[in-house]
Design a protein around this ligand. Sequence first.
Ligand SMILES: Cc1cc2nc3c(=O)[nH]c(=O)nc-3n(C[C@H](O)[C@H](O)[C@H](O)COP(=O)(O)OP(=O)(O)OC[C@H]3O[C@@H](n4cnc5c(N)ncnc54)[C@H](O)[C@@H]3O)c2cc1C
Length: 491
Amino acid sequence: MSVTRRRLLGTGVLTAAGAAASAAGAARPAAATTAAQADVAIVGAGLAGLVAARRLVARGVSVIVLEARDRVGGRVYGLPLGNGSTSEGGAEFIGPTQDRIAALAAELGVRTFPTYNTGKNVYWRNGRRTLYATDGFLGAVPPDIGVVELKLAMTRLNAMARDFPVGEPWRHAQARELDADSFEGWAHRNSFTPSARFLLGALIHATMSIPSREVSMLYMLNYIASAGNESTPGTVERLIDTKGGAQETRFVDGSQEIPIRLAAALGDRVRLNAPVRRIAVDGAGVQVTADGITVTARRAVVAVPPALAGRIDHSPALPARRMQLTQRYPMGSVTKVVAVYPTPFWREDGLTGQVLSDSGPVDVTFDNSPPSGTPGILMGFISGSYARGLDAAPPERVRAEALESFVRYFGARAAAPTHFAAQRWDTEVWSGGGPVGYAPPGVLTDFGSALREPCGPIHWAGTETAGHWTGYMDGAVRSGERVAEEVGRAL
Ligand SMILES: Cc1cc2nc3c(=O)[nH]c(=O)nc-3n(C[C@H](O)[C@H](O)[C@H](O)COP(=O)(O)OP(=O)(O)OC[C@H]3O[C@@H](n4cnc5c(N)ncnc54)[C@H](O)[C@@H]3O)c2cc1C
Protein backbone atom coordinates (compact mmCIF):
# COMPACT_ATOMS: atom_id res chain seq x y z
CA MET A 1 0.00 0.00 0.00
CA SER A 2 1.62 3.23 -1.06
CA VAL A 3 1.36 6.00 1.42
CA THR A 4 3.57 8.86 2.42
CA ARG A 5 5.67 7.82 5.38
CA ARG A 6 4.75 9.73 8.46
CA ARG A 7 7.05 10.07 11.41
CA LEU A 8 5.45 10.10 14.81
CA LEU A 9 7.98 12.43 16.33
CA GLY A 10 6.48 15.82 15.62
CA THR A 11 2.92 14.73 16.39
CA GLY A 12 3.47 15.36 20.10
CA VAL A 13 4.47 11.78 20.93
CA LEU A 14 7.55 11.86 23.12
CA THR A 15 10.63 9.68 23.10
CA ALA A 16 11.77 8.51 26.54
CA ALA A 17 15.24 7.17 25.75
CA GLY A 18 17.37 7.21 22.60
CA ALA A 19 16.41 5.33 19.45
CA ALA A 20 19.65 3.41 19.89
CA ALA A 21 18.28 1.92 23.10
CA SER A 22 15.27 0.54 21.22
CA ALA A 23 17.46 -0.89 18.49
CA ALA A 24 19.58 -2.55 21.15
CA GLY A 25 16.48 -4.37 22.39
CA ALA A 26 17.16 -5.81 25.79
CA ALA A 27 20.16 -3.56 26.60
CA ARG A 28 19.60 -0.97 29.30
CA PRO A 29 20.86 2.54 28.42
CA ALA A 30 22.46 4.67 31.14
CA ALA A 31 20.00 7.51 30.41
CA ALA A 32 18.75 9.72 33.24
CA THR A 33 15.35 8.59 34.49
CA THR A 34 12.43 10.97 34.69
CA ALA A 35 9.55 10.41 37.07
CA ALA A 36 5.93 10.76 35.99
CA GLN A 37 2.50 10.16 37.50
CA ALA A 38 -0.79 9.07 36.00
CA ASP A 39 -3.89 7.19 37.04
CA VAL A 40 -2.95 4.35 34.69
CA ALA A 41 0.38 3.28 33.15
CA ILE A 42 -0.08 1.34 29.92
CA VAL A 43 2.65 -0.97 28.60
CA GLY A 44 2.70 -1.17 24.79
CA ALA A 45 1.47 1.21 22.07
CA GLY A 46 -0.01 -1.43 19.78
CA LEU A 47 -3.71 -1.18 18.94
CA ALA A 48 -4.73 -2.68 22.29
CA GLY A 49 -2.70 -0.25 24.43
CA LEU A 50 -3.67 2.79 22.34
CA VAL A 51 -7.38 1.93 22.33
CA ALA A 52 -7.29 1.38 26.10
CA ALA A 53 -5.59 4.79 26.50
CA ARG A 54 -8.13 6.53 24.25
CA ARG A 55 -11.07 5.02 26.15
CA LEU A 56 -9.62 5.85 29.57
CA VAL A 57 -8.82 9.44 28.57
CA ALA A 58 -12.40 9.80 27.34
CA ARG A 59 -13.52 8.80 30.89
CA GLY A 60 -11.34 11.53 32.39
CA VAL A 61 -8.60 9.13 33.53
CA SER A 62 -4.97 10.22 33.10
CA VAL A 63 -2.67 7.76 31.31
CA ILE A 64 0.92 7.34 30.17
CA VAL A 65 1.62 4.77 27.45
CA LEU A 66 5.14 3.29 27.47
CA GLU A 67 6.28 1.84 24.15
CA ALA A 68 9.54 -0.05 23.66
CA ARG A 69 9.96 0.74 19.97
CA ASP A 70 10.63 4.06 18.26
CA ARG A 71 7.23 3.81 16.61
CA VAL A 72 3.65 2.91 17.55
CA GLY A 73 1.50 0.12 16.08
CA GLY A 74 3.41 -3.02 17.15
CA ARG A 75 2.34 -5.77 14.73
CA VAL A 76 0.64 -3.11 12.57
CA TYR A 77 3.49 -1.63 10.55
CA GLY A 78 3.97 0.22 7.27
CA LEU A 79 7.06 -1.38 5.79
CA PRO A 80 9.17 1.30 4.01
CA LEU A 81 9.62 0.62 0.29
CA GLY A 82 12.62 2.91 -0.04
CA ASN A 83 10.88 5.56 -2.15
CA GLY A 84 8.95 7.34 0.58
CA SER A 85 6.00 4.94 0.43
CA THR A 86 5.10 1.90 2.51
CA SER A 87 3.27 -1.42 2.22
CA GLU A 88 1.80 -3.36 5.12
CA GLY A 89 4.54 -5.45 6.73
CA GLY A 90 2.21 -6.77 9.43
CA ALA A 91 -1.58 -6.72 9.87
CA GLU A 92 -3.42 -5.63 6.78
CA PHE A 93 -6.91 -7.08 6.17
CA ILE A 94 -10.26 -6.80 7.91
CA GLY A 95 -13.55 -8.51 7.15
CA PRO A 96 -17.21 -9.03 8.11
CA THR A 97 -18.02 -9.19 11.85
CA GLN A 98 -14.77 -7.37 12.69
CA ASP A 99 -16.99 -4.55 13.88
CA ARG A 100 -14.72 -2.89 16.40
CA ILE A 101 -11.72 -2.27 14.13
CA ALA A 102 -14.10 -1.15 11.36
CA ALA A 103 -15.85 1.31 13.71
CA LEU A 104 -12.52 2.64 14.98
CA ALA A 105 -11.18 3.17 11.45
CA ALA A 106 -14.38 4.98 10.49
CA GLU A 107 -14.18 7.21 13.60
CA LEU A 108 -10.59 8.11 12.74
CA GLY A 109 -11.40 8.75 9.08
CA VAL A 110 -9.20 5.89 7.83
CA ARG A 111 -10.79 4.78 4.54
CA THR A 112 -11.11 1.20 3.28
CA PHE A 113 -11.24 -0.52 -0.12
CA PRO A 114 -11.87 -4.10 -1.27
CA THR A 115 -8.91 -6.47 -1.53
CA TYR A 116 -8.22 -7.19 -5.23
CA ASN A 117 -10.12 -10.41 -5.89
CA THR A 118 -10.90 -10.50 -9.60
CA GLY A 119 -9.86 -13.51 -11.66
CA LYS A 120 -8.53 -16.88 -10.56
CA ASN A 121 -6.32 -18.01 -7.71
CA VAL A 122 -3.25 -20.22 -8.15
CA TYR A 123 -3.04 -23.60 -6.39
CA TRP A 124 0.47 -25.11 -6.47
CA ARG A 125 0.59 -28.73 -5.37
CA ASN A 126 3.07 -31.54 -6.11
CA GLY A 127 4.85 -29.35 -8.67
CA ARG A 128 1.65 -28.69 -10.62
CA ARG A 129 -0.01 -25.29 -11.06
CA THR A 130 -3.81 -25.17 -11.33
CA LEU A 131 -6.18 -22.22 -11.27
CA TYR A 132 -9.38 -22.05 -9.26
CA ALA A 133 -12.30 -19.66 -8.86
CA THR A 134 -12.21 -17.25 -5.96
CA ASP A 135 -15.67 -17.98 -4.55
CA GLY A 136 -14.70 -19.69 -1.34
CA PHE A 137 -11.67 -21.69 -0.23
CA LEU A 138 -10.67 -23.91 -3.15
CA GLY A 139 -14.19 -23.42 -4.52
CA ALA A 140 -13.50 -24.98 -7.92
CA VAL A 141 -10.24 -26.86 -7.76
CA PRO A 142 -10.37 -29.63 -10.42
CA PRO A 143 -11.96 -32.84 -9.12
CA ASP A 144 -9.91 -33.92 -6.16
CA ILE A 145 -11.23 -36.19 -3.44
CA GLY A 146 -9.03 -34.26 -1.00
CA VAL A 147 -11.11 -31.11 -1.51
CA VAL A 148 -14.27 -33.09 -0.78
CA GLU A 149 -12.64 -34.42 2.40
CA LEU A 150 -11.55 -30.91 3.31
CA LYS A 151 -15.09 -29.61 2.97
CA LEU A 152 -16.42 -32.41 5.17
CA ALA A 153 -13.77 -31.62 7.78
CA MET A 154 -14.67 -27.92 7.63
CA THR A 155 -18.34 -28.78 8.19
CA ARG A 156 -17.32 -30.83 11.24
CA LEU A 157 -15.11 -28.02 12.55
CA ASN A 158 -17.88 -25.45 12.13
CA ALA A 159 -20.30 -27.72 14.00
CA MET A 160 -17.79 -28.23 16.84
CA ALA A 161 -17.20 -24.47 17.04
CA ARG A 162 -20.92 -23.69 17.31
CA ASP A 163 -22.17 -22.91 20.84
CA PHE A 164 -18.55 -22.73 21.95
CA PRO A 165 -17.60 -20.71 25.05
CA VAL A 166 -15.81 -18.07 22.94
CA GLY A 167 -12.86 -16.58 24.79
CA GLU A 168 -13.19 -19.14 27.61
CA PRO A 169 -12.28 -22.45 25.92
CA TRP A 170 -11.32 -23.96 29.28
CA ARG A 171 -15.05 -23.97 30.12
CA HIS A 172 -15.88 -26.33 27.21
CA ALA A 173 -17.43 -29.62 28.38
CA GLN A 174 -14.70 -31.63 26.57
CA ALA A 175 -11.92 -29.11 27.25
CA ARG A 176 -9.46 -31.67 28.59
CA GLU A 177 -9.78 -34.14 25.70
CA LEU A 178 -9.72 -31.43 23.05
CA ASP A 179 -6.73 -29.75 24.69
CA ALA A 180 -4.81 -33.03 24.82
CA ASP A 181 -4.96 -33.17 21.00
CA SER A 182 -3.06 -31.16 18.39
CA PHE A 183 -4.90 -29.90 15.33
CA GLU A 184 -2.71 -32.20 13.23
CA GLY A 185 -3.75 -35.19 15.36
CA TRP A 186 -7.43 -34.37 14.82
CA ALA A 187 -6.91 -33.67 11.09
CA HIS A 188 -5.16 -37.02 10.56
CA ARG A 189 -7.98 -38.91 12.23
CA ASN A 190 -10.58 -37.01 10.20
CA SER A 191 -9.04 -37.08 6.73
CA PHE A 192 -7.22 -39.75 4.77
CA THR A 193 -5.95 -38.34 1.49
CA PRO A 194 -2.59 -36.54 1.42
CA SER A 195 -4.24 -33.53 -0.22
CA ALA A 196 -6.90 -33.12 2.49
CA ARG A 197 -4.19 -33.44 5.14
CA PHE A 198 -2.10 -30.84 3.32
CA LEU A 199 -5.08 -28.47 3.03
CA LEU A 200 -6.01 -28.83 6.70
CA GLY A 201 -2.39 -28.10 7.63
CA ALA A 202 -2.50 -25.10 5.29
CA LEU A 203 -5.46 -23.79 7.26
CA ILE A 204 -3.21 -23.41 10.33
CA HIS A 205 -0.17 -22.29 8.31
CA ALA A 206 -2.16 -19.54 6.60
CA THR A 207 -3.84 -18.24 9.75
CA MET A 208 -1.23 -18.76 12.51
CA SER A 209 2.06 -19.32 10.66
CA ILE A 210 2.88 -22.55 12.50
CA PRO A 211 2.85 -26.27 11.68
CA SER A 212 -0.51 -27.74 12.77
CA ARG A 213 1.18 -30.24 15.12
CA GLU A 214 2.10 -27.33 17.41
CA VAL A 215 -1.37 -26.01 18.21
CA SER A 216 -4.00 -27.36 20.59
CA MET A 217 -7.27 -28.54 19.05
CA LEU A 218 -9.10 -26.67 21.83
CA TYR A 219 -7.24 -23.48 20.88
CA MET A 220 -8.10 -23.94 17.19
CA LEU A 221 -11.80 -24.49 17.89
CA ASN A 222 -11.83 -21.31 19.96
CA TYR A 223 -10.05 -19.52 17.09
CA ILE A 224 -12.77 -20.64 14.66
CA ALA A 225 -15.55 -19.81 17.12
CA SER A 226 -14.05 -16.38 17.72
CA ALA A 227 -14.22 -15.51 13.99
CA GLY A 228 -17.65 -13.96 14.40
CA ASN A 229 -19.36 -11.49 16.68
CA GLU A 230 -21.95 -11.48 19.44
CA SER A 231 -24.75 -12.39 16.99
CA THR A 232 -22.92 -14.33 14.24
CA PRO A 233 -21.09 -17.60 15.01
CA GLY A 234 -17.53 -17.97 13.76
CA THR A 235 -16.73 -20.31 10.88
CA VAL A 236 -13.63 -21.63 9.12
CA GLU A 237 -14.75 -19.86 5.94
CA ARG A 238 -14.81 -16.48 7.66
CA LEU A 239 -11.20 -17.03 8.76
CA ILE A 240 -9.82 -17.99 5.36
CA ASP A 241 -11.95 -16.45 2.62
CA THR A 242 -11.22 -13.19 0.88
CA LYS A 243 -14.79 -12.24 -0.15
CA GLY A 244 -16.97 -12.65 2.93
CA GLY A 245 -13.94 -13.46 5.09
CA ALA A 246 -11.14 -11.89 7.10
CA GLN A 247 -9.19 -10.86 3.98
CA GLU A 248 -12.05 -8.91 2.34
CA THR A 249 -11.01 -5.30 2.97
CA ARG A 250 -7.87 -3.16 3.19
CA PHE A 251 -7.07 0.39 4.31
CA VAL A 252 -6.47 3.05 1.65
CA ASP A 253 -3.54 4.65 3.47
CA GLY A 254 -2.30 1.46 5.08
CA SER A 255 -3.32 -0.09 8.41
CA GLN A 256 -0.63 1.73 10.42
CA GLU A 257 -2.60 4.92 9.83
CA ILE A 258 -4.92 3.72 12.63
CA PRO A 259 -2.33 3.54 15.45
CA ILE A 260 -0.62 6.67 14.09
CA ARG A 261 -3.85 8.66 14.39
CA LEU A 262 -4.66 7.17 17.80
CA ALA A 263 -1.20 8.15 19.09
CA ALA A 264 -1.32 11.62 17.55
CA ALA A 265 -4.54 12.31 19.49
CA LEU A 266 -2.93 11.07 22.72
CA GLY A 267 0.08 13.40 22.17
CA ASP A 268 2.74 13.36 24.88
CA ARG A 269 0.86 10.69 26.83
CA VAL A 270 2.68 8.21 24.54
CA ARG A 271 6.39 7.73 25.28
CA LEU A 272 8.49 5.95 22.66
CA ASN A 273 11.83 4.16 23.23
CA ALA A 274 10.58 3.22 26.69
CA PRO A 275 10.80 -0.56 27.12
CA VAL A 276 9.22 -1.50 30.45
CA ARG A 277 11.58 -3.61 32.58
CA ARG A 278 9.84 -3.82 35.94
CA ILE A 279 6.46 -3.42 37.61
CA ALA A 280 6.42 -3.04 41.41
CA VAL A 281 3.19 -3.10 43.39
CA ASP A 282 2.78 -1.60 46.86
CA GLY A 283 -0.11 -0.44 48.99
CA ALA A 284 -0.32 2.84 47.07
CA GLY A 285 -0.46 1.36 43.57
CA VAL A 286 2.13 0.47 40.93
CA GLN A 287 5.54 1.72 39.87
CA VAL A 288 6.29 0.96 36.24
CA THR A 289 9.95 1.31 35.35
CA ALA A 290 10.99 1.72 31.73
CA ASP A 291 14.26 2.88 30.20
CA GLY A 292 14.39 6.63 30.84
CA ILE A 293 11.14 6.94 32.80
CA THR A 294 9.40 5.61 35.90
CA VAL A 295 5.63 6.04 36.13
CA THR A 296 3.80 5.93 39.44
CA ALA A 297 0.16 5.00 38.87
CA ARG A 298 -2.90 3.52 40.55
CA ARG A 299 -3.23 0.75 37.96
CA ALA A 300 -1.15 -0.78 35.16
CA VAL A 301 -2.35 -2.27 31.86
CA VAL A 302 0.06 -4.65 30.15
CA ALA A 303 -0.96 -4.69 26.45
CA VAL A 304 1.73 -6.96 24.98
CA PRO A 305 1.62 -10.65 23.94
CA PRO A 306 1.93 -13.08 26.91
CA ALA A 307 5.42 -14.25 25.85
CA LEU A 308 6.68 -10.66 25.98
CA ALA A 309 4.85 -9.87 29.22
CA GLY A 310 6.84 -12.74 30.73
CA ARG A 311 10.05 -10.75 30.24
CA ILE A 312 8.98 -8.00 32.63
CA ASP A 313 10.20 -8.33 36.25
CA HIS A 314 7.54 -8.13 38.93
CA SER A 315 7.74 -7.26 42.59
CA PRO A 316 6.20 -9.04 44.35
CA ALA A 317 6.29 -12.02 41.99
CA LEU A 318 3.11 -12.67 40.02
CA PRO A 319 0.91 -15.64 40.94
CA ALA A 320 2.48 -18.90 39.69
CA ARG A 321 -0.26 -19.60 37.16
CA ARG A 322 0.25 -16.26 35.44
CA MET A 323 4.07 -16.67 35.42
CA GLN A 324 3.74 -20.17 34.01
CA LEU A 325 1.21 -19.11 31.38
CA THR A 326 3.77 -16.69 29.94
CA GLN A 327 6.25 -19.58 29.70
CA ARG A 328 3.75 -21.56 27.60
CA TYR A 329 2.26 -19.14 25.05
CA PRO A 330 4.71 -18.87 22.13
CA MET A 331 4.53 -16.62 19.08
CA GLY A 332 4.15 -18.01 15.54
CA SER A 333 6.93 -17.72 12.98
CA VAL A 334 6.39 -15.36 10.06
CA THR A 335 8.12 -13.12 7.54
CA LYS A 336 6.10 -10.95 5.18
CA VAL A 337 7.68 -9.95 1.85
CA VAL A 338 6.57 -7.41 -0.73
CA ALA A 339 7.81 -7.02 -4.31
CA VAL A 340 6.97 -3.88 -6.29
CA TYR A 341 6.46 -3.87 -10.10
CA PRO A 342 5.54 -1.04 -12.50
CA THR A 343 2.11 -2.66 -13.01
CA PRO A 344 0.18 -5.61 -11.50
CA PHE A 345 1.00 -7.80 -14.52
CA TRP A 346 -0.71 -10.88 -13.05
CA ARG A 347 -4.07 -9.10 -13.44
CA GLU A 348 -3.53 -9.11 -17.25
CA ASP A 349 -3.22 -12.91 -16.96
CA GLY A 350 -6.62 -13.09 -15.24
CA LEU A 351 -5.13 -13.75 -11.80
CA THR A 352 -6.10 -12.33 -8.41
CA GLY A 353 -2.53 -12.52 -7.13
CA GLN A 354 -3.65 -15.04 -4.48
CA VAL A 355 -1.76 -18.33 -4.16
CA LEU A 356 -1.94 -21.41 -1.96
CA SER A 357 1.10 -23.65 -2.33
CA ASP A 358 2.72 -26.74 -0.83
CA SER A 359 6.18 -25.36 -1.69
CA GLY A 360 7.97 -22.58 0.12
CA PRO A 361 9.35 -20.42 1.20
CA VAL A 362 6.40 -18.23 0.08
CA ASP A 363 3.28 -20.40 0.29
CA VAL A 364 0.50 -17.80 0.44
CA THR A 365 0.35 -14.57 -1.58
CA PHE A 366 -1.96 -11.57 -2.14
CA ASP A 367 -2.12 -8.55 -4.45
CA ASN A 368 -0.99 -5.66 -2.25
CA SER A 369 -1.30 -2.93 -4.88
CA PRO A 370 -2.87 0.39 -3.83
CA PRO A 371 -6.48 1.14 -4.90
CA SER A 372 -5.22 2.80 -8.11
CA GLY A 373 -3.45 -0.45 -9.10
CA THR A 374 -0.15 1.36 -9.61
CA PRO A 375 2.43 0.27 -8.77
CA GLY A 376 1.72 -3.45 -8.75
CA ILE A 377 2.69 -5.03 -5.41
CA LEU A 378 2.82 -8.75 -4.69
CA MET A 379 2.83 -9.73 -1.01
CA GLY A 380 3.92 -13.16 0.24
CA PHE A 381 3.92 -14.94 3.61
CA ILE A 382 6.89 -17.07 4.65
CA SER A 383 5.47 -19.07 7.55
CA GLY A 384 6.30 -21.75 10.11
CA SER A 385 9.25 -23.97 9.24
CA TYR A 386 9.98 -21.95 6.08
CA ALA A 387 10.43 -18.80 8.20
CA ARG A 388 12.52 -20.65 10.78
CA GLY A 389 14.75 -22.02 7.99
CA LEU A 390 15.50 -18.48 6.85
CA ASP A 391 15.75 -16.76 10.26
CA ALA A 392 19.55 -16.61 10.09
CA ALA A 393 19.77 -16.14 6.31
CA PRO A 394 21.14 -12.89 4.87
CA PRO A 395 18.56 -10.54 3.27
CA GLU A 396 19.81 -11.39 -0.25
CA ARG A 397 18.89 -15.04 0.27
CA VAL A 398 15.41 -14.20 1.57
CA ARG A 399 14.91 -11.99 -1.49
CA ALA A 400 16.23 -14.61 -3.95
CA GLU A 401 14.13 -17.44 -2.51
CA ALA A 402 10.98 -15.32 -2.24
CA LEU A 403 11.30 -14.15 -5.86
CA GLU A 404 11.86 -17.74 -6.96
CA SER A 405 8.50 -18.57 -5.36
CA PHE A 406 6.81 -15.61 -7.10
CA VAL A 407 8.23 -16.70 -10.49
CA ARG A 408 6.88 -20.22 -9.90
CA TYR A 409 3.37 -18.84 -9.40
CA PHE A 410 3.29 -15.78 -11.71
CA GLY A 411 5.97 -16.35 -14.37
CA ALA A 412 9.26 -14.75 -15.34
CA ARG A 413 8.05 -11.16 -15.00
CA ALA A 414 8.01 -11.62 -11.22
CA ALA A 415 11.81 -12.04 -11.19
CA ALA A 416 12.72 -8.37 -11.45
CA PRO A 417 10.78 -6.10 -9.09
CA THR A 418 11.73 -2.43 -8.88
CA HIS A 419 11.81 -2.85 -5.10
CA PHE A 420 11.72 -5.70 -2.58
CA ALA A 421 11.26 -5.56 1.20
CA ALA A 422 10.88 -8.16 3.95
CA GLN A 423 9.56 -7.79 7.51
CA ARG A 424 11.01 -10.62 9.59
CA TRP A 425 8.84 -10.76 12.71
CA ASP A 426 10.77 -13.61 14.36
CA THR A 427 13.84 -11.38 14.66
CA GLU A 428 11.87 -8.43 16.10
CA VAL A 429 12.77 -8.23 19.79
CA TRP A 430 9.50 -6.47 20.70
CA SER A 431 7.22 -8.94 18.91
CA GLY A 432 9.15 -12.21 19.14
CA GLY A 433 7.35 -13.59 16.07
CA GLY A 434 3.84 -13.40 14.70
CA PRO A 435 1.10 -13.11 13.76
CA VAL A 436 -0.18 -14.24 17.15
CA GLY A 437 0.69 -15.94 20.44
CA TYR A 438 -1.08 -19.33 20.56
CA ALA A 439 -1.62 -22.24 22.94
CA PRO A 440 0.10 -25.59 22.29
CA PRO A 441 -1.71 -28.71 23.60
CA GLY A 442 -2.31 -28.83 27.35
CA VAL A 443 -1.97 -25.13 28.13
CA LEU A 444 -5.49 -23.68 28.01
CA THR A 445 -7.12 -26.08 30.47
CA ASP A 446 -4.79 -25.28 33.38
CA PHE A 447 -3.51 -21.81 32.50
CA GLY A 448 -6.03 -20.23 30.09
CA SER A 449 -8.00 -18.24 32.63
CA ALA A 450 -4.77 -16.46 33.68
CA LEU A 451 -4.75 -14.72 30.26
CA ARG A 452 -7.14 -11.98 31.42
CA GLU A 453 -7.47 -12.36 35.19
CA PRO A 454 -6.06 -9.16 36.76
CA CYS A 455 -3.22 -9.59 39.27
CA GLY A 456 -4.07 -6.97 41.90
CA PRO A 457 -3.73 -3.57 40.16
CA ILE A 458 -2.19 -5.12 37.01
CA HIS A 459 -4.59 -5.74 34.08
CA TRP A 460 -3.93 -7.63 30.84
CA ALA A 461 -4.84 -6.68 27.27
CA GLY A 462 -3.71 -7.50 23.74
CA THR A 463 -5.31 -9.54 20.97
CA GLU A 464 -4.31 -12.80 22.72
CA THR A 465 -6.75 -11.90 25.54
CA ALA A 466 -9.70 -11.19 23.21
CA GLY A 467 -12.92 -13.18 22.95
CA HIS A 468 -14.03 -12.46 19.37
CA TRP A 469 -11.33 -12.20 16.71
CA THR A 470 -8.47 -13.17 18.96
CA GLY A 471 -5.26 -12.96 16.91
CA TYR A 472 -6.58 -10.11 14.75
CA MET A 473 -6.61 -6.30 14.88
CA ASP A 474 -10.30 -6.50 15.79
CA GLY A 475 -9.41 -8.64 18.82
CA ALA A 476 -6.74 -6.14 19.84
CA VAL A 477 -9.30 -3.28 19.71
CA ARG A 478 -11.87 -5.35 21.63
CA SER A 479 -9.28 -6.15 24.31
CA GLY A 480 -8.38 -2.46 24.67
CA GLU A 481 -12.05 -1.57 25.09
CA ARG A 482 -12.60 -4.40 27.59
CA VAL A 483 -9.59 -3.49 29.73
CA ALA A 484 -10.52 0.22 29.77
CA GLU A 485 -13.94 -0.77 31.11
CA GLU A 486 -12.34 -3.10 33.68
CA VAL A 487 -9.85 -0.46 34.88
CA GLY A 488 -12.46 2.31 34.78
CA ARG A 489 -14.66 0.24 37.11
CA ALA A 490 -11.73 -0.57 39.41
CA LEU A 491 -10.72 3.09 39.73
C1 LIG B 1 2.74 -10.69 9.46
C2 LIG B 1 1.46 -10.40 10.19
C3 LIG B 1 0.27 -10.35 9.49
C4 LIG B 1 -0.92 -10.08 10.13
N1 LIG B 1 -2.05 -9.94 9.39
C5 LIG B 1 -3.19 -9.53 9.98
C6 LIG B 1 -4.31 -9.14 9.19
O1 LIG B 1 -4.26 -9.13 7.96
N2 LIG B 1 -5.44 -8.75 9.85
C7 LIG B 1 -5.50 -8.67 11.21
O2 LIG B 1 -6.55 -8.29 11.75
N3 LIG B 1 -4.44 -9.01 11.98
C8 LIG B 1 -3.28 -9.42 11.39
N4 LIG B 1 -2.18 -9.68 12.16
C9 LIG B 1 -2.31 -9.71 13.64
C10 LIG B 1 -2.36 -8.29 14.24
O3 LIG B 1 -1.21 -7.61 13.83
C11 LIG B 1 -2.39 -8.35 15.75
O4 LIG B 1 -3.48 -9.15 16.17
C12 LIG B 1 -2.56 -6.99 16.43
O5 LIG B 1 -1.87 -5.98 15.76
C13 LIG B 1 -2.09 -7.10 17.86
O6 LIG B 1 -2.16 -5.86 18.52
P1 LIG B 1 -1.77 -5.78 20.07
O7 LIG B 1 -1.90 -4.36 20.45
O8 LIG B 1 -2.52 -6.79 20.82
O9 LIG B 1 -0.23 -6.24 20.15
P2 LIG B 1 1.07 -5.62 19.45
O10 LIG B 1 0.73 -5.05 18.14
O11 LIG B 1 2.10 -6.68 19.50
O12 LIG B 1 1.47 -4.43 20.42
C14 LIG B 1 2.27 -4.60 21.56
C15 LIG B 1 3.17 -3.39 21.70
O13 LIG B 1 3.90 -3.50 22.91
C16 LIG B 1 5.26 -3.15 22.69
N5 LIG B 1 6.04 -3.82 23.74
C17 LIG B 1 6.36 -5.13 23.85
N6 LIG B 1 7.04 -5.34 25.01
C18 LIG B 1 7.13 -4.13 25.63
C19 LIG B 1 7.73 -3.68 26.85
N7 LIG B 1 8.34 -4.51 27.71
N8 LIG B 1 7.65 -2.36 27.15
C20 LIG B 1 7.01 -1.47 26.34
N9 LIG B 1 6.44 -1.85 25.16
C21 LIG B 1 6.50 -3.17 24.82
C22 LIG B 1 5.53 -3.61 21.27
O14 LIG B 1 6.61 -2.90 20.71
C23 LIG B 1 4.21 -3.29 20.58
O15 LIG B 1 4.20 -1.98 20.05
C24 LIG B 1 -0.95 -9.90 11.54
C25 LIG B 1 0.25 -9.94 12.25
C26 LIG B 1 1.45 -10.18 11.58
C27 LIG B 1 2.73 -10.18 12.37
